[in-house]
Design a protein around this ligand. Structure first.
Ligand SMILES: Nc1ncnc2c1ncn2[C@@H]1O[C@H](COP(=O)(O)OP(=O)(O)OP(=O)(O)O)[C@@H](O)[C@H]1O
Ligand SMILES: [Mg+2]
Length: 648
């Protein structure tokens, strides 16, 4: 072994020793288990009432069909036993043939039922997984942005992959294996009573050890599985984070540190998974050996009963004899086997419920509140421009009021913090009249992007008010409000599709010509035309095959094609060279004409021609006015502006 790999193993062993602390998973209590189990079962029956019922019925028939041959065998043995004494084999042919046909019929019915339920079960499994994925996706789209501030993307992703996989195992194999164990146990016990009540009671008394073992190991495993599902989410979250920041990791040569961090998380996953597997792994040999002990106990008791002529008590009315004790011993094996099946079913059930619990956690998250009832009547066709957009305000007498969308936006004393005890905006007031260009400038972290987050209600303000055409934005339906605001976000985000479709994202009703016109307006057309496949060029993984500036131009085109009455441009041209920016500026001025526009820019030349410039500092507007007014004031803006010039 090389010294490097030895050192690695030694290091790993050391970490292993350090990490052998008692129970990460032990500490995880799981009162939700039963509730989630019932909920997923109810969901399956709600989604597929007929199919689920057919599966239940055919499944039960097949279980019964698998149990009855033992009774037919007993009958056949009795006929053979009687015939052996009389020697009249011709007379025995009839009953034996009847028993054989009955057995074949029952087994065939069982086989047909098994085929039916296993086929339907596939639809049930995949259908439920599909429904859950859809529901989660729909829910995810309705969750407030703040949810994503607090959850890792990789962890959310693992709901769709790992947790749904566990759910599929739960439905596809867990429940049936488990219930086949349950029915098998119940059926075997019934057959046992058929042979002998006394032996059955001894069997059940001894089986308490088996049930206790299954119960003990099962409950421990459930906790470990929950911890395992959670830890998989953490590991996937970490991988996702590192993948998206891979360049930064490489630039700072953080690979060894990242490797160590990953190693820690991965080891944690290893321990909980190993503990779960160990608990479950102990079960089959334990059951096998306990089963053997019970087998011996029954053999000793049964033979003693025959020897001492103990009177039997049974449904069949048979006394103790080899013909009752030997089949009973077979039943003993069968009971242990069924308890084994039950325990095998527990595994995917525990894992599945652990996954389902996480899925339900996401599905039970409170969606973004949207109590507003003012809606936007907009049209995107050629023959109506944005000036014909209207707000529809519902009135009590059903005579709704319509007011034209003008783009008048007024913030009054707005107070907001991402965390309630840390205010970011401390009483911001600004009035953007229709068609005005309002600029926010100020230092990094002053709260400029936060204002735009509040305008489109990614977050709700704590106090004060934001009015849009004199309507409080809280009274507007969120999608109406957002449709009326064209936004170019500070972080550009493009999708895995063609350039054209990415522009059309701003307005699905836009024609190809509209998209190209928007690209011309924003200045994107110039570089798109030079791409080998032009507007049909595919954009890969969030636009990694485009430069930052090109991505910004496409984002502007996307906002332009929506043709909204109000535009918000957050550092829309920050990565574009100054010469191109001048060209874009002309396009943007066209774009902004007649529209209320909020512009955020560090490059102050971009906002020079604004009707109103607000200088933001630590969440407060400290200066307000036109460029000339603020320059004359010789205060913060003047310093920023002249400083910026010096920098340029
Ligand atoms: N999602 C968030 N959760 C908690 N705090 C946040 C969040 N987003 C921003 N903040 C905080 O709010 C403050 C204002 O941030 P904001 O993004 O509005 O700054 P900005 O003026 O746009 O800065 P920049 O010029 O760098 O874009 C910062 O202190 C920041 O740390
Ligand atoms: Mg910002």
């Amino acid at each position: 072994m090389s010294s490097i790999s030895k050192a690695y193993i030694d290091k790993d062993k050391e970490k292993d020793k350090k990490d052998k602390r008692p129970g990460l998973a032990e500490s995880i209590k799981d009162p939700e288990f039963k509730r989630s189990f019932k909920r997923i079962m109810a969901l399956i029956f709600k989604l597929f009432p007929v199919r689920a019922t057919i599966v239940t019925i055919t499944y039960m028939i097949s279980v019964v069909a698998n149990l009855t041959p033992a009774i037919f065998m007993q009958k056949a043995l009795m006929v053979i036993d009687a015939t052996w004494k009389t020697g009249d084999w011709a007379a025995a042919q009839g009953p034996i043939t009847t028993i054989a046909i009955q057995t074949a019929a029952v087994l065939l019915t069982g086989a047909i039922c098994q085929f039916i339920y296993s086929q339907i079960l596939i639809t049930l499994t995949q259908g439920t997984a599909r429904y859950i994925r859809n529901e989660m996706f729909e829910k995810m789209e309705r969750l407030p942005i703040s949810y994503f501030d607090n959850h890792q993307f990789g962890d959310i992703m693992s709901h769709y992959t790992n947790d749904v996989d566990a759910l599929r195992m739960f439905i596809g194999s867990g429940i049936l294996t488990f219930f086949s164990g349950v029915f098998g146990v119940v059926g075997t016990v019934c057959v046992m009573f058929y042979y002998s009540v006394w032996l059955t009671l001894i069997e059940l008394g001894s089986s308490v050890i088996i049930f206790a073992t299954v119960g003990f190991l099962g409950s421990r495993t459930a906790r470990y599985y929950k911890a395992q599902q959670k830890q998989i989410g953490v590991v996937e979250g970490f991988i996702e984070e590192i993948m998206s920041g891979l360049k930064t990791v490489k630039v700072f040569t953080h690979e060894p540190i990242i490797q160590d961090e990953f190693d820690d998380l991965n080891r944690e996953l290893f321990y909980v998974s190993r503990s779960a597997a160990r608990c479950m792994g102990v079960l089959p040999p334990a059951l096998f050996n306990i089963g053997n002990i019970i087998y011996v106990i029954i053999a000793i008791c049964g033979s003693s009963f025959i020897y001492y002529n103990v009177p039997n008590l049974s449904i069949s009315g048979l006394g103790f004899s080899i013909a009752t004790v030997v089949p009973f011993l077979n039943m003993t094996k069968s009971l242990t086997g069924n308890i084994g099946a039950l325990s095998r079913g527990i595994n995917p059930i525990l894992k599945g419920v652990a996954g389902v619990q996480r899925v339900f956690e996401l599905m039970d998250e409170k969606p973004e509140a949207d109590k507003g009832d003012v809606t936007l009547l907009a049209c995107h066709s050629d023959d109506c421009d944005r000036r014909s957009w209207k707000w529809e305000i519902p009135e009590k007498d059903n005579e709704n009021t319509f007011i034209p969308v003008r783009g008048d936006i007024q913030l009054e004393n707005v107070v907001f913090g991402y965390k309630s005890d840390q205010p970011v905006l401390k009483g911001v007031s600004v009035h953007a009249h229709p068609g005005q260009k309002v600029a926010f400038v100020g230092a990094t972290g002053a709260g400029k992007t936060t204002i735009t987050n509040l305008l489109n209600r990614f977050y709700d303000i704590e106090s004060g008010s934001i009015k849009y055409d004199s309507i409080d934005i809280k009274d507007m339906k969120k999608d109406s409000l957002r449709k009326s605001l064209g936004m170019v976000l500070q972080d550009t985000s493009l999708f895995n599709d063609t350039v054209l479709e990415n522009i059309r994202f701003g307005n699905p009703a836009a024609t190809d010509e509209d998209c190209i016109a928007a690209a011309k307006l924003s200045g994107a057309d110039d570089f798109v035309e030079h791409l080998p496949r032009g507007y049909q060029t595919m954009i890969q993984s969030d636009g990694s095959n485009f430069s930052q500036g090109q991505r910004q131009l496409l984002s502007i085109a996307r906002a332009a094609v929506a043709n909204p009455p109000v535009m918000i441009l957050d550092e829309a041209t920050s990565s574009i060279d100054t010469r191109t920016e001048n060209l874009v500026q002309m396009g943007m001025d066209n774009l902004m004409k007649g529209r209320t526009t909020f512009v955020i820019a560090h490059r102050l030349s971009t906002v020079r021609n604004a009707d109103l410039i607000c200088v933001l500092d630590h969440g407060k507007i400290i200066e307000m006015g036109t460029h000339n007014e603020l320059i004359q004031k010789h205060d913060t803006y003047y310093q920023l502006y002249t400083g910026a010039f010096e920098l340029e």
